[in-house]
Design a protein around this ligand. Structure first.
Ligand code: NAP
Length: 273
């Protein structure tokens, strides 16, 4: 569906690079059909153009005008300025995709003069290695076809789910901030392994493979996490002894509160913008 479409990225940071490299690696789109622009960093822009074989020497206004899909990939604080700059160039048939954290589709709909289909996306940092958990939601003028196009784009950097926009703060609290929760857990497991007498590199290697193995078990067996947990927990065994300590410390409650607090923080930040 997107193979021959022209895509323009406004914003050339880490997220734009993750998406465009995913699209090119999966052969979803031709480099020549992708253009990219940023605010001022020419070195960065040239690096991306050369590295990924993107269209070069294109006038920025022409870039945006020619694109069928425009992806906004900048920090929330910069989005209003960018919209002011481009609003009279963008026309109503162009599909707008935003990865700008916390900015509602309504912001784009209000600032753009046409009835542009807007799709808001919340990828996570694992997009850098093609393993994002991305949620997308449609704005007022976006239909199923627009959602499918966005789905195809974000499938190039991981898995994609569609949600209603009111769920985006929950998504942010869970999968947006989620990688950091797992890093935190890995740090704690590593420290615990060292405290138990293992060499630091051995503790790290075992911890990373353990988290990776558990994730693969969930994906490949299709079993529920509680089932997998029960299968490895023999009565009176070592795993049960360890899990009892997690229960005593109410780790599940701590995780619940972490996600809810991150969701609430996302709501607070959304109100600022
Ligand atoms: N990175 C992630 O894993 C991740 C995950 C989820 C969501 N997000 C969201 O994705 C968005 C982009 O994140 P990022 O990590 O890619 O940010 P980033 O690396 O800081 O890049 C921001 C880019 O926006 C450009 N920019 C700023 N103002 C502009 C303007 N007026 N016109 C055109 N370009 C402009 C910057 O250009 P200059 O360099 O020239 O200033 C830069 O290329 C953010 O809203 C972030 O919250 C990111």
């Amino acid at each position: 569906m997107i193979r021959n479409k022209k895509v323009a990225f406004i914003g050339a940071g880490a997220m734009a690079e993750a998406i465009l490299s995913g699209l090119l690696e999966k052969n979803k789109i031709l480099g020549q059909n992708i253009t990219i622009l940023n605010k001022s960093n020419k070195t960065r822009l040239n690096h991306l153009i050369e590295r990924y074989g993107l269209a070069k020497n294109v006038d920025p206004v022409q870039q945006v005008r020619d694109a069928e899909i425009i992806i906004f990939a900048m920090k929330p604080i910069d989005v209003e300025k960018a919209l002011r700059k481009w609003k009279d160039i963008i026309y109503s048939e162009q599909i707008i995709i935003s990865v700008v954290a916390g900015i509602p589709t309504l912001t784009f709909e209000r600032m753009l003069p046409g009835n542009n289909p807007v799709i808001r996306a919340m990828p996570n940092t694992s997009s850098a290695v093609g393993r994002s958990a991305t949620a997308i939601c449609p704005g007022k003028w976006a239909n199923q076809r627009h959602l499918q196009i966005a789905e195809e784009i974000f499938a190039a950097i991981g898995i994609v789910v569609s949600v209603e926009e009111e769920m985006m703060d929950a998504v942010t609290g869970l999968s947006g901030s989620g990688p950091a929760y797992f890093y935190y857990m890995v740090e704690a497991l590593e420290q615990a392994g060292i405290a138990a007498g293992l060499a630091p590199e051995t503790a790290r290697e075992l911890t990373i493979q353990t988290i990776l193995g558990a994730a693969h078990m969930l994906v490949e067996t299709g079993k529920r996490p509680e089932q997998l947990r029960e299968e490895v927990t023999s009565p009176g065994g070592t795993t049960m002894a360890g899990l009892e300590v997690l229960r005593d410390y109410r780790v599940n409650q701590a995780i619940m509160q972490a996600v809810l607090r991150a969701k609430q923080r996302s709501e607070e930040m959304g109100r600022v913008f």
